[in-house]
Design a protein around this ligand. Sequence first.
Ligand SMILES: CC(C)(COP(=O)(O)OP(=O)(O)OC[C@H]1O[C@@H](n2cnc3c(N)ncnc32)[C@H](O)[C@@H]1OP(=O)(O)O)[C@@H](O)C(=O)NCCC(=O)NCCS
Length: 179
Amino acid sequence: MSGEAARAGLPAGVVLREMAEADVPEVHALERLLFPADAWPEQMFRDELAQAQTRRYWVAEHRTPSGTRIIAYAGLMCVPPIADVQTIAVVPDFEGRGLGSALLTGLIDEARRRGAADVLLEVRADNPRAQALYRRFGFVQIHTRRRYYRDGVDALIMQLPIAPAGAAEAGDAGEGETE
Ligand SMILES: CC(C)(COP(=O)(O)OP(=O)(O)OC[C@H]1O[C@@H](n2cnc3c(N)ncnc32)[C@H](O)[C@@H]1OP(=O)(O)O)[C@@H](O)C(=O)NCCC(=O)NCCS
């Protein structure tokens, strides 16, 4: 994960890196814990990772002398001009420490780098915490999908317009910085 995300001030011992196929069982175990009603099947992560042209996934790892574990993950699909946040999740004991923000910053960076004009996501209507995070980043609700989730909860569709990398003035180094 590049630039802004790396500067986001992660908790001590936490490193962001690209998700690898070997991470899938550990990520899937977290997925079942964090999305009890809507967990993706394990194969879905493998299918996503296999589509590198349009997908990019990261994990956050907590490294300590006694071991390393994955504590967060996120993924993006980008087929310009639209990028979609496929997933974003942080384990409960690391919530509220900036990991969600760091991952989201990285996803938006990547969407911009790949030439997207908008980032879209869907979020459960009963998930105010995630909605607050997205609003803080400037996402606005553009639709509601009634009873979208398996347990009958609505999905809010949220959108963030972004300026593509290189849309800045001539002479810009094109490092994804906008301001
Ligand atoms: C939604 C989710 C990804 C947010 O991740 P997170 O790591 O807690 O997010 P952040 O820490 O970046 O931000 C959350 C809050 O912590 C605060 N925060 C961020 N960094 C902080 C820090 N260093 N110290 C104290 N508080 C901090 C933020 O201000 C924010 O507060 P707010 O929500 O009142 O605005 C996480 O709660 C999660 O994974 N939930 C379960 C799965 C889920 O719902 N995923 C989203 C599906 S659409």
